[in-house]
Design a protein around this ligand. Structure first.
Ligand code: NCD
Length: 307
């Protein structure tokens, strides 16, 4: 039963519950006109304490397309947080006005504190460098539509694996399905955090490889998940400048890849994928953005219990 639940990290939902969300998202994709009023009269609180374009607008588009409405803010300087209000008071107050809340916060763990006093379902739309579960729902729905299943895939994650919250959540989620193998492609300084490797992979005996060169393994992959170097999470500008162009995907680099490999990216991209790659059939990142809206429509409906 998903009604009234929170989503802080992907493991909050069982595999059956995830399937329920994807099945309903696929139903919406097939016949969106059947669902344009299922959230009539419902209000979403959209609280973005950290900048966002895609995630915020895809949530807001999702709610609007279901017939619901949205209130909120897109930067904390325009809320009472600027007056010194605590996060839990802000959430508790917004919960008096709305039926469901989505929040993004720069601090790791912020939504875990916020749910304590939140009487309506709360969705984590990204907490610092920690987790980003609705991006993972987006990634999974895209993978299911491209590959037909979540099993026996060779998944390459490339770029900033240290600070990139989307790859943390994706590894947590994909390691729950059988037969997957991971390739972590990053500079030494931006490696996948050890706590993720221990928790999601080693404890389940899942095979993973850590490499620095994408060229060495690209021909093995079924999925290549590119990420941006997370400028805002660096302590030192010089380190960012040195590492920011570690990987630049172009036509030549993808030529040895399998014909049915898919390239994913949570977006925004900076320099890590050249525009020339966009026309390749393997480039799925804009389709992925669209799946993101549909999966959020499904998630909102399920948590509100309207479906
Ligand atoms: C990601 C994020 O915010 O973590 N973007 C997104 O939600 N689509 C990835 C990023 O900012 O690099």
């Amino acid at each position: 039963m998903l009604k009234n639940r929170n989503l802080i990290q992907p493991s909050d939902f069982s595999l059956e519950e995830l399937t329920e969300i994807f099945d309903f998202a696929d139903e919406i994709i097939k016949k969106p006109e059947d669902y344009t009023h299922i959230c009539d009269g419902k209000l979403l609180g959209s609280l973005f304490f950290e900048p966002s374009t895609r995630t915020r607008l895809s949530f807001e588009s999702a709610m609007n397309r279901l017939g619901g409405r949205v209130v909120g803010f897109s930067e904390s300087s325009s809320s009472s947080v600027a007056k010194g209000e605590s996060l839990s008071d802000t959430i508790r107050t917004v919960a008096c006005y709305t039926d469901i809340i989505v929040m993004r916060h720069p601090k790791e763990g912020a939504p875990t504190h916020a749910i304590d006093r939140c009487p309506v379902p709360l969705i984590n739309a990204g907490d610092g460098g920690h987790e980003h579960p609705t991006q993972t729902l987006t990634d999974l729905l895209t993978i299911r539509n491209a590959k037909g299943s979540f099993n026996n895939l060779k998944i390459g994650l490339c770029g900033d694996l240290k600070f990139g919250r989307t790859v943390h959540s994706l590894v947590n989620a994909m390691s729950r399905y059988d037969g997957n193998e991971f390739y972590f492609i990053s500079p030494e300084e931006l490696k996948m955090p050890r706590y993720i490797v221990e928790k999601s992979l080693k404890s389940r005996d899942i095979t993973y490889h850590e490499v620095e060169k994408l060229e060495d393994i690209i021909d093995q992959l079924d999925i290549l998940y590119m990420t941006r170097v997370q400028k805002e999470r660096f302590f030192n500008e010089a380190d960012y400048v040195r590492l920011k162009d570690s990987y630049i995907l172009d036509k030549e680099k993808i030529s040895p890849a399998k014909k049915d490999m898919i390239i994913l990216h949570p977006l925004p991209r900076v320099t890590e994928i050249k525009i020339e790659v966009d026309d390749d059939d393997r480039a799925w990142y804009f389709k992925q953005a669209k799946y993101g809206m549909y999966v959020r429509m499904s998630l909102i409906s399920k948590l509100l219990g309207v479906k």
